[in-house]
Design a protein around this ligand. Structure first.
Ligand SMILES: O=C(O)CCC(=O)C(=O)O
Ligand SMILES: [Fe+2]
Length: 393
């Protein structure tokens, strides 16, 4: 078996296996290296801070001042992780957790998506979103204690090192018997002898089935990437789809969260609206292989010209549908573009999914009902959202 087959076998556990699966030496730097994390840290520092989900712990405590420091002083272009860590934390024990990291390194997100796109039915197993999370540090025990991530959340670890990580697990009944509670437990030393332990050496892949209490232990500096697949119920899908849709029309006050819609919808018109929203939600989700967040746009400077050849970015595909109001709705990396129906534009979208094509050819395909400037603008929009790229020979 080559490396990719081994890794794909680990992904095939998602939604199918109740057993742990630890594979030492499962991958190498071509899949994921320290450089990928450095890229995430740099990209994070250049987006609005409300788009970043980061927690920074120093000597076991959550520290917003260090969070600001991490975001303000990312690694320089040629700075190594260890040097950066020393610059920021000056030898203190620290931990950084970064959620939704997929948006900050598209090459990395694509490499992982290639591994799970074929084997995980993301709509069935992860409609709650695929979340890429980094755990970085020499924090010892996970600073948020022995915890449970919900019965519907399946997590895979890709442990890069250089330090080892031990992950410790307790069945829920056992945990409650030992601690007298279902709450997180912050004194792991009390329970050490009772855990089921797995040691993740550098480059191990690990599948942890849903539902168990757990904690990590990193005595030495290590970098760990996890992918979480979260299942949600049909009613939760409905609620999220409708909330997403309504949210597009709401301008929340600065101190307010997104609008929310809960409960069963019993108004037929609203129900139709919700069903429509679910279809948009589903296609948007599939266009990003399930990842929760779209990639950070690649600047908005047009770069596709009539001299180029362009391609979709496999395994990501463009999705589209024609709604009852005769709009063409195009889904690209979890962005949505809605335009009046044009046969020519539909032909372009379908062609992009099939093969790499010269832009000239795409302009030809659309020429029945679209001006070439409009097609070029459309291609540049897709390119800015990383849904197509220019093929260089
Ligand atoms: O690596 C850690 O410290 C914690 C990992 C964890 O809680 C998880 O993957 O769900
Ligand atoms: Fe966890």
């Amino acid at each position: 078996m080559d490396t990719n087959d081994t890794l794909r076998a680990v992904f095939r556990c998602v939604g199918r296996s109740e057993e742990f699966c630890l594979v030492p030496n499962a991958f190498d730097a071509r899949l994921f290296s320290e450089d990928d994390l450095l890229e995430v840290l740099r990209a994070m520092s250049s987006v609005p801070s409300n788009q970043v989900k980061i927690r920074v712990y120093v000597d076991g405590g959550l520290r917003h001042d260090y969070e600001a420091r991490v975001l303000r002083s990312p690694p320089a272009i040629d700075e190594r992780l260890e040097t950066w860590v020393t610059r920021i934390f000056a030898g203190a024990s620290f931990g950084i957790a970064i959620n939704s990291a997929e948006q900050f390194n598209d090459a990395l997100a694509t490499r992982f998506a290639r591994l799970f796109a074929r084997d995980v039915d993301v709509w069935a197993q992860a409609a709650g979103g695929v979340d890429m999370v980094f755990f970085i540090g020499n924090y010892g025990y996970t600073p948020f204690g022995i915890h449970h991530d919900g019965d519907d959340s399946t997590i895979l670890h890709f442990h890069r090192g250089p330090g080892d990580k031990t992950l410790m697990f307790w069945k829920p009944e056992e945990f409650v018997r030992l601690t007298g509670s279902r709450e997180s437990h912050f004194r792991p030393a009390d329970l050490l002898g009772t855990a089921n332990n797995f040691r993740l050496t550098p480059n191990s892949a690990f599948y942890m089935p849903p539902g168990q209490y757990h904690i990590g232990n990193n005595p030495d500096l290590s970098v760990d990437l996890t992918l979480g697949f979260s299942r949600i119920s049909q009613s939760e899908i409905r609620r999220r789809a409708a909330t997403d849709e309504i949210g597009r029309y709401l301008i929340p006050a600065a101190d307010e969260k997104k609008g929310s819609l809960s409960g069963v919808v019993d108004n037929p018109l609203l129900m139709e609206f919700v069903e429509d929203s679910i279809e948009d939600f589903r296609l948007g989700f599939l266009s990003n292989c399930g990842y929760s967040t779209p990639p950070v746009p690649d600047g908005l400077v047009p770069n596709v010209t009539t001299a180029d050849t362009v391609s979709a970015c496999p395994p990501f595909k463009l999705y589209h549908r024609i709604s009852s109001d005769k709009k063409l709705r195009i889904f690209a990396r979890r962005n949505r573009i809605v335009v009046n129906y044009r046969k020519g534009l539909q032909a372009v979208v379908e062609a992009l999914n099939r093969e790499a094509l010269p832009v000239e050819k795409l302009l030809d395909l659309a020429s029945c009902d679209l001006h070439s400037d409009a097609v070029l603008r459309f291609l540049n929009l897709l390119s800015a959202h990383r849904a197509i790229y220019t093929v260089r020979d």
